[in-house]
Design a protein. Structure first.
Lengths: 502, 377, 177
């Protein structure tokens, strides 16, 4: 099929050879599972279990709250040993609300699995409801609740479902292996999603460095003519939703808009697999495939892991660390976040755990900017990273916004090519965070002002009420006094008349 | 838990670094430099060494005055490159103090005073050359005919030292005019152009470089090779060289066609003077040229037009240094107005709008391709 | 020479008259800057700046009698915005971004004296005479007015914790800057 060019982008070393040929292995049950209540974009889930409860595999642990949220289920049967704070899968090192579950080893579903239904006999809205109930979120790392995306058909006119099998980040091979080993299941999930969305055209985008995955998906989709498998050039960031859609259709998503604005919805292959599990077998999202790789890992592998498994269990299953890693990263090296330690659990969006050596991590001192404009050439969004960084460095965040800061997808292409090793992405993430914090502070100030004014009004009203009460009392007193005087006068007059009367 | 602040991504990097960039440019300059040393002999080498050494010393002094770490900045190669480029544009038999004063102006005034590497507004080598040209016109316009090393007419090592460090050039004895200089004087004397050119310009000499000129600018073929090497390694992009050379040749061709006796043709303009050196090495200086492709084309075209104007109608025979400095002054303006188009937005910065089927319309069946799409640029 | 003298004098007079007329016609009443600055201040009338409320503080800042760094709850953001408004430069190094705090009443020690309740500028404390008081965290600005008057010292100021949702990357340190 015809492909279109995207501008910018970079060619990092793939480094996928270490795990591309490693079949997915199931990680054995860990000793403890820590399941955070927020593993998705939106409001955190609210727990429905308490410490001491016994739960079965797949049982609801926390239900979703609000329009954009997702529930959380027990990955295996066991006992709840705690509902509290635990270190988050987040670079800050802060803690989040987490349910800790101690597996009993039985891996018990309960009264057997629910009866299998043919999803294509259900109404499309019912499919979205079941996907929501299964707690499925975007498994490519974005973790946006998938049911909300499936319901976009009610507000946008859609015609294409694009499946993101690009996996453009170096080292990661989890989607690659999933497509190769579970091609039929993935295609089934894709068709269910297309049915839910009401679209007639499906395109699966897979980078050309994964020929076996392309072949596997083509074979599985042979009998479905509406599904096309497109071979994408291996270029980072091909997996970025907007750039993927542009490559396949030639149409640019409008700024601050969704791909649905141009009739396209994008889902990840692992999400499709989870939808298949949920709709065919009634199983909620309990596990995912994670690539464990990097120069410091002894035996890199692709593992199927229960949600909530501590990262240290994955690493020790892979032979442990051969040296102290320079970086411990969740995800890929380009957009991945550093992890504060190995105690943190795997969450729904973790597609990779990388332990990088000093040499792989590229940790040089930054030098001054020489305005070489390599970053301008590399930026896939048409921004001018060096100017934005200049503005942010001197504290003018509004100026940076003027150069397009809010359109930056933080892909890291600019920092990848910078000869001076300037931490461009950190500048942009700092600026975005600072602007959000200022907005929050401003909102807070407005609230404070409103409350202070409300208080002033309340006090004034009290004063007013007091004055009125005082005035009324005075008036009443005056009247009473007058009445008393009149009464006395009358009495005097009466006495007088009695004395002088006959 | 966390004992130190988290390190931000990306955690991978391409193979390029600051020092590597500078080294590649020096590599590209090497053939033309070696040729220059060959045809002009030991004095040229002395001047090159003195200029580069002075640049390093001045840079070290400025850095320590500014309180910056001297070692890191000295080793990034930018001072050496500035000195090298400056020496390439100096008359090869110029006395040593030209090199030293040039270094002080280039590094001190042209770079460090603005804030160091990456902060300068004007190309440092050109600042120095222009200042030297205006302050010491005699020394800066005294050129020699080629005297290849190891031939009889060339000065030996001791004589070379005497020329550079001693009493300087004996003007009457050995000086020779450059092509452009000679042509300008002759045109001023109303000699027809072809007669004048016949005396000094020969295609082979122009192309290979066996003629009078600055240290490194004479050999068109070697400079061109160096420039193409830089393009290949993606240190520079094609926009500035093509725009600059293109505009010079266009204007030259135009005027030459209109009046061949008064205006030199495009080939002469291309092969003489510092056209190629300027187009590939001087105008493309990363710090002082625009950051966008379209901006670079505007910049290159401006340089070319100015070079032609200065060469043809102004008092100086060579205009590359002035042209580049004038366009450097315009670079911030170009960068302000010429910006790339942001993804998802139109030229004016507004989000793209498509004529799609109306939103808020429940789709009863898949709507296929019924939309007018705006072609992506 | 006489002509030159006369013409310059006439020019000077004419321009002077023009300036005088402009000064009358384009005169601006009051100082609109004050109102704009007051709108930028938090408005909680907490008094930490030393002025009895945000309006007098705004007036002082507008007239240059108080520095733009006067408002602790506003922090660096506010100081910078005020500096931008007035067109001055400000040295932010001395301004600490006070870690935002909120008041918390330890209910075991509260005697229901209502002193704190009456002082709170945003009505963030709920309570009545001889009833235990409680602070609404969202409405508390950390101005510490309640903290100062509580007779049993049952109020403590707690730092507002950063959460994983509010955390963001810090500005990169560059060795070369």
């Amino acid at each position: 099929m015809k492909l279109f060019r995207i501008k910018g982008g970079v060619h990092p070393d793939g480094n996928k050879g270490r795990t591309a040929h490693a079949a997915i292995e199931d990680l054995p049950l860990p000793a403890l599972l820590h399941i955070p209540l927020q593993q998705h974009i939106g409001s955190p889930a609210a727990p429905v279990v308490r410490r001491g409860d016994q739960v079965l595999k797949g049982q609801l642990l926390a239900h979703s709250q609000g329009m954009i949220s997702a529930p959380v289920h027990a990955p295996t049967s066991g006992r709840i040993v705690g509902v509290g704070n635990y270190p988050a899968h987040h670079p800050s090192g802060l803690s989040v609300h987490t349910i800790t579950l101690q597996p009993d080893g039985a891996d018990n579903w309960g009264e057997g699995e629910p009866p299998r239904t043919d999803p294509f006999t259900l109404a499309p809205e019912e499919i979205a409801t079941r996907v929501a109930a299964a707690g499925i979120v975007g498994m490519g790392g974005a973790t946006f609740p998938s049911a909300v995306k499936l319901n976009l058909r009610t507000r946008y006119s859609l015609d294409t479902l694009v499946i993101n099998g690009a996996e453009c980040e170096p080292y990661l091979t989890c989607d690659d292996r999933l497509m190769r080993e579970q091609g039929v299941a993935v295609i089934d999930g894709i068709r269910i999603m297309a049915y839910a969305l009401g679209v007639g055209r499906i395109v699966i985008g897979i980078e050309n460095n994964k020929p076996e995955a392309q072949a596997a998906m083509r074979a599985a989709a042979k009998e479905f003519p509406e599904i096309e498998v497109a071979g994408l050039p291996a270029r980072y960031p091909m997996g970025s939703e907007k750039h993927l859609v542009q490559t396949l259709t030639g149409v640019e998503t409008p700024a601050r808009g969704l791909t649905a604005d141009i009739g396209v919805v994008v889902h990840n292959v692992a999400t499709a697999y989870a939808v298949h599990d949920a709709l065919r077998y009634g199983r909620p999202l309990l596990s995912r495939v994670v690539t464990v790789s990097g120069g410091a890992v002894r035996l890199p592998k692709n593992l199927r892991v229960l949600i909530g498994t501590p990262v240290e269990d994955l690493i020790s299953y892979c032979g442990g660390l051969s040296e102290s890693p320079a970086r411990l990263i969740s995800g890929g090296p380009m957009m991945g976040q550093p992890l504060p330690g190995t105690r943190v659990p795997v969450i729904k969006g973790s597609n990779g755990v990388l332990a990088l050596t000093e040499r792989e991590a590229a940790n040089e001192e930054s030098m001054p900017c020489i305005r070489c404009a390599s970053c301008v050439k590399a930026c896939p969004c048409g921004l001018v990273p060096l100017e934005m960084a200049n503005y942010i460095r001197s504290g003018d965040l509004e100026g940076a916004v003027g150069y397009g800061l809010m359109d930056c997808i933080s892909c890291g292409s600019c920092a990848f090519v910078c000869p001076s090793n300037i931490r461009l992405v950190q500048f942009f993430n700092y600026a975005k965070g600072e602007l959000t914090a200022r907005q929050r502070a401003e909102h807070q100030q407005n609230e404070t002002r409103r409350l202070a004014e409300a208080r002033t009004i309340r006090l004034e009203r009290q004063e007013q009420a007091k004055r009125e009460a005082m005035a009324r009392r005075k008036k009443a007193q005056a009247e009473a006094k007058k009445a008393k005087e009149q009464a006395e006068k009358a009495r005097d007059a009466a006495q007088q008349s009695v004395r002088t009367g006959s | 838990m966390m004992t130190q602040a988290p390190v931000s991504g990306p955690h991978a990097h391409g193979a390029i670094s600051l020092r590597r960039t500078m080294l590649l440019v020096m590599l590209a300059l090497l053939p033309a430099t070696l040729f220059g040393v060959y045809i002009y002999g030991w004095p040229a080498l002395n001047l090159l060494v003195v200029t580069i050494a002075s640049c390093l010393i001045v840079e070290a002094a400025c850095l320590s005055i500014a309180g910056k770490p001297v070692g890191i900045y000295l080793m990034d190669g930018s001072a050496i490159l500035t000195g090298w480029l400056l020496a390439m544009t100096l008359p090869p038999w110029a006395p040593w103090w030209i090199g030293v004063v040039g270094a002080v102006i280039a590094i001190g005034l042209g770079k460090q005073v603005f804030g160091g590497i990456g902060q300068n507004l004007f190309n440092p080598a050109m600042v120095a050359r222009v200042a030297l040209l205006i302050a010491f016109p005699l020394e800066m316009t005294t050129f020699v005919a080629p005297k290849p090393l190891f031939t009889d007419s060339a000065p030996d090592f001791m004589q070379g030292l005497a020329i550079t460090f001693g009493h300087g050039l004996q003007v009457d004895a050995v000086s020779s005019a450059t092509t452009l200089g000679y042509v300008k004087t002759e045109l001023g004397r109303n000699t027809p152009l072809d007669a004048a050119l016949a005396q000094v310009f020969d295609f082979f000499n122009g192309f290979s470089g066996f003629m009078a000129g600055s240290l490194g600018e004479t050999s068109a073929v070697l400079v061109l090779l160096g420039g193409l090497f830089l393009l290949y390694r993606r240190i520079i992009s094609w926009h500035i060289p093509v725009a600059m050379i293109g505009s010079i040749m266009l204007l030259a061709g135009l005027f030459h066609t209109l009046s061949p006796e008064h205006y030199a043709g495009p080939l002469m303009h291309l092969l003489s003077g510092a056209t190629l050196l300027g187009a590939f090495f001087i105008a493309t200086d990363l710090v002082t040229s625009p950051v966008t492709a379209r901006g670079q084309i505007v910049f290159g075209a401006g340089c070319g037009i100015l070079v032609y104007i200065i060469r043809t109608w102004a008092n100086y025979p060579e205009g590359v240094a002035f042209a580049v400095m004038l366009m450097n002054a315009l670079t911030p303006l170009i960068d302000h107005y010429v910006r790339p188009r942001v993804y998802g937005r139109d030229r004016r910065g507004q989000p793209l709008v498509y004529e799609t089927a109306a939103k808020d319309q429940v789709a009863k069946e898949p709507i296929s391709g019924q939309r007018a799409t705006e072609a992506s640029k | 020479m006489f002509a030159a003298l006369m013409s310059l004098m006439a020019l000077g007079l004419a321009l002077g008259v023009l300036l005088g007329v402009a000064a009358r016609v384009f005169k601006v009443e009051g100082n609109p800057l004050e109102a704009e600055i007051e709108a930028m201040l938090p408005g909680s009338q907490c008094g930490q700046c030393g002025f009895p409320g945000c309006a007098p503080a705004a007036s002082a800042v507008a007239n240059g009698k108080a520095p733009v760094t006067l408002c602790p709850p506003g922090g660096r953001t506010l100081a910078q915005s005020l500096a931008n408004k007035l067109g001055v430069t400000v040295d932010l190094s001395g301004v600490e971004d006070q870690a935002p705090t909120y008041a918390h009443i330890r209910e075991g020690l509260c005697i229901g004296c209502t002193k704190c309740f009456k002082r709170c500028p945003t009505d963030a404390i709920m309570g009545a005479h001889e009833q235990i008081h409680v602070v609404f965290r969202d409405a508390c600005t950390g101005c510490e007015k309640c903290f100062e008057v509580c007779p049993t010292e049952c109020i403590e100021m707690r730092p507002v914790e950063a959460t994983a949702q509010t955390w963001y990357w810090s500005k990169p340190m560059e060795a070369s800057s």
